[in-house]
Design a protein around this ligand. Structure first.
Ligand code: B12
Ligand code: SF4
Ligand code: SF4
Length: 340
């Protein structure tokens, strides 16, 4: 018989750090927030949960007979100070160092299997547009809504990916946890582009994590702030005191950064093998190269690497218009950073 205690035990044994239970009523507050932020332009053209707020905030759209949600938080390792190499590196945000969503879904799958064995219907949803994962985690008491808009798990911080099992099993609900940011505002002050415009409110038009995933040109005004990132941004979590010293994520087969010059000379097949798991706008690899060109312009490049970098950039100038423009920008940056 599925009890919350047994289901939580299964989730924790499968590697989740926190498991919480809530009812399947709509997330009306999140729906209003989505609609308001979209109307204010803060979504910066994002689709995801913004495409159809009603759908993403109504669990019965996932399972008509839904009664409960079981929300799980899968831990990932916080970034270490970067390993220094003599080659310019492309930074990858820690949540993308390996397929954490795959691990999250299998852990939630074990909870779903236990429910199914008892005759219930259970569906796993994680990081698709079917559900507002953070709002679900907050209502299920998995964590509190931080001012950086991430969900923070008490005692562990925010280095987690989130997902849920939607089921027709009637289960007891957990209570939300007390928000514990207090008077801290390090994330608001620490964001390199000032994207956290108010407590819990991210303006995607300024957020590097979104700009790296958006199509079109990388906005010129945020290129220097991008540094050498090519996928995701961790700054508003790195500065967050409750998220420091989190040690629950496992060390495994992770790719924590990529060699920028190699990445920029890979053919499509090799590039897809390296980054195909990522969200890439329109699945168009030019956007990965665009990001890498900006990163190279910001990298510390000297000696032989410099000659190689200038050759790589020259090979992009005269190619596709968008890439040529980003390559020219990067070459100018490297020129400006050369001691004359
Ligand atoms: C769109 C999206 C983004 C966008 C926009 C993020 C944003 N903050 O709006 C972009 C591309 C920028 C992004 C970036 C990141 N994302 Co994202 N993203 C999503 C996605 C697909 C939808 C989120 C959504 O609906 N946002 C709209 C707003 C309305 O909802 P929200 O951000 O959840 O809002 C919460 C807070 O704003 C808070 N809140 C609202 N009002 C107020 C007021 C106050 C005072 C306070 C304190 C809080 C608060 O409550 C809301 C919950 O209802 C979800 C997956 C999913 N299906 O849910 C992942 C998700 C939210 N992302 C996730 C992650 C890991 C990230 C990154 C850390 C990745 C990275 N390293 O680059 C960054 C973090 C940037 C940040 N500070 O948010 C995780 C969250 C993990 C966690 N612990 O919270 C999710 C849940 C994916 C997953 N399944 O694990 N993401
Ligand atoms: S992910 Fe980076 S750019 Fe976006 S809000 Fe956080 S610190 Fe700012
Ligand atoms: S940095 Fe401070 S204000 Fe921001 S989420 Fe962390 S604890 Fe909250």
């Amino acid at each position: 018989m599925s009890s919350t205690a047994e289901l939580r035990r299964i989730g924790l044994a499968a590697g989740l750090t926190a498991v919480g239970f809530t009812h399947a009523e709509p997330f009306t507050e999140a729906r209003v927030t989505l609609v308001e932020r979209k109307a204010a332009g803060l979504h910066g053209g994002m689709q995801f949960t913004y495409r159809n707020p009603e759908r993403s905030t109504t669990p019965t759209r996932i399972l008509e007979s839904a009664q409960s949600l079981i929300v799980g938080a899968w831990p990932y390792r916080a970034p270490d100070p970067h390993v220094s190499t003599d080659r310019p590196q492309a930074e990858i945000a820690a949540y993308a160092w390996r397929d954490h969503y795959g691990s999250l879904k299998s852990a939630l799958g074990e909870i779903a299997a236990a429910l199914q064995a008892d005759g219930y219907t259970a569906r796993v949803v994680a990081d698709d547009n079917a559900l507002v994962d953070r709002a679900a985690a907050i209502r299920a008491g998995v964590g509190w809504a931080g001012k950086n808009s991430n969900v923070l798990v008490p005692g562990h911080g925010s280095w987690f990916v989130l997902g849920a099992v939607v089921t027709d099993a009637p289960l007891e609900h957990d209570q939300p946890v007390e928000p514990a940011c207090g008077s801290c505002r390090r994330c608001l002050d620490g964001c390199p582009t000032g994207a956290i415009i108010a407590e819990g409110v991210v303006d995607a038009r300024r957020c590097l994590a979104w700009l790296l995933q958006a199509d079109g040109d990388f906005p010129i005004e945020f290129r220097e702030a991008l540094g050498t990132r090519i996928y995701g941004c961790d700054d508003c979590q790195v500065v967050c005191p409750p998220s420091r010293g989190s040690d629950v994520g496992m060390i495994g087969d992770e790719v924590t950064s990529l060699d920028l010059l190699e990445l920029l000379t890979m053919d499509d097949e090799a590039l897809l093998a390296a980054v195909g798991r990522w969200y890439i706008p329109k699945r168009d690899l030019r956007y990965v190269r665009r990001n890498a060109l900006v990163a190279l312009g910001n990298a510390n490049v000297s000696g032989d690497n410099r000659t190689e970098a200038m050759d790589v950039l020259a090979s992009y100038i005269g190619s596709d218009d968008m890439l040529a423009e980003h390559a020219r920008w990067a070459a100018d940056q490297l020129d400006a950073s050369t001691p004359h």
